[in-house]
Design a binder for this molecule. Structure first.
Ligand code: DNO
Length: 347
């Protein structure tokens, strides 16, 4: 595996000097953040990021994300323009050595939580999702922490209305349409596409979500079989779905060579509904057997990218929720330990 760490570019308050001190870190996962969704990234921006990484002996082989414009997800006639731009971004990324692109196909919202500073018993805070709080949220008057505030309330309403006629099957066909155009270019330039699962893995506000379960993944890979069409196996996202057999899924897709990227984090189920809280990475703190996940990856000779995912906020760090240095660095140490141990045993 190649251990990586998400870094928000030159404006990230966490400097690359710190990241290079994390044992075994091979590179960072980043993106160009100052270009509107759907437009073309300047090559100079990518080059600047790459040079900064290389100055710190870190590689920049993973981009998270090149976001997919809503018109592509909605299947509007303008999608071909945005797909052409997406392809140009892929070519530019490949030209600076990018090998893997993480993206998602969730309508309107990316990850959703009801709390960003949930207080844990040990004094740390973390992201959490409460079923009871969520059902109280009025989609017409949204004040959810962390949701994409790039929309004004009326823009958001219009977007939600546009989706009101989009079924799961249509959304899926729109994803296939997108991939059928993008994947041949990925094959040509050597990029693996790694779709991020829905987070949490179920429909929200009546919006369809199509990358939540094993059945969803099988359907996607059957329709677009190229191995460049793979997954970001996010244990926390798939794992929040209690009916997902995470271990069978990661075994199956890593055997197929489709796990190009793994987000390794733990979640704790906090009631008998859908609620969960993000916890430290170690298995005993949550509901996911992280050791078993790594054991399976090692057994299947996984050689893709891994990163710790959302950390708790600890040690008084003034961090972006989920993305502080300290707990994610602890996550790296833990992930390193698991891999070293299983790799030794499997030799
Ligand atoms: C959350 C992340 C996601 C992820 C996107 C990929 O912290 O895992 O925002 O980057 O879904 O497109």
């Amino acid at each position: 595996m190649k251990l990586t760490f998400r870094w928000y570019g030159l404006n990230d308050i966490i400097p690359l000097q710190y990241l290079r001190q994390i044992p075994n870190l091979s590179g960072v996962v980043t993106a160009v953040y100052d270009v509107p969704v759907g437009e073309i990234w300047p090559l100079e921006s990518l080059e600047k990021l790459k040079i900064a990484c290389e100055e710190h002996d870190l590689q920049m082989e993973v981009i998270e994300s090149i976001p997919v414009h809503e018109d592509i997800k909605l299947g509007k006639f303008t999608r071909d323009y945005y797909i052409a731009n997406y392809i140009e971004n892929l070519r530019r990324c490949a030209s600076v050595g990018v090998k893997c692109v993480c993206y998602n196909f969730m309508p309107v919202f990316d990850w959703l939580r009801t709390e960003l500073y949930h207080k844990n018993k040990d004094g740390s805070t973390s992201l959490s999702y409460s079923y009871d709080d969520f059902i109280k949220v009025d989609p017409k008057n949204l004040h959810l922490p962390g949701w994409d505030e790039s929309y004004s309330p009326s823009e958001l309403q219009n977007l939600l209305n546009e989706y009101s006629n989009v079924t799961h099957d249509q959304l899926f066909e729109n994803l296939v349409y997108f991939l059928e155009r993008v994947i041949p270019v990925c094959e040509e330039v050597g990029i693996n596409m790694a779709i991020h699962p829905d987070d949490p893995p179920w429909d929200v506000f009546g919006l369809p979500r199509i990358i939540s379960t094993e059945k969803d993944m099988d359907r996607l890979f059957n329709r677009v079989p190229s191995l460049n069409n793979g997954v970001t196996f996010c244990t926390g996202s798939f794992g929040a779905g209690r009916n997902n057999d995470l271990y069978r899924m990661i075994d199956k897709y890593s055997k197929q060579g489709r796990v190009h990227f793994a987000h390794l984090r733990n979640v704790l189920y906090t009631d008998d509904k859908d609620s969960f809280c993000e916890v430290g990475h170690i298995s005993k703190d949550g509901s996911i057997d992280m050791a078993k996940i790594v054991e399976i990856l090692v057994k299947n000779k996984f050689d893709g990218y891994v990163r710790p995912d959302h950390g708790r906020n600890i040690w008084g760090e003034d961090a972006k929720p989920g993305y502080g240095l300290f707990d994610r660095a602890l996550g790296c140490a833990y992930i390193n330990g698991l891999f070293e141990a299983y790799e030794k045993v499997n030799k």
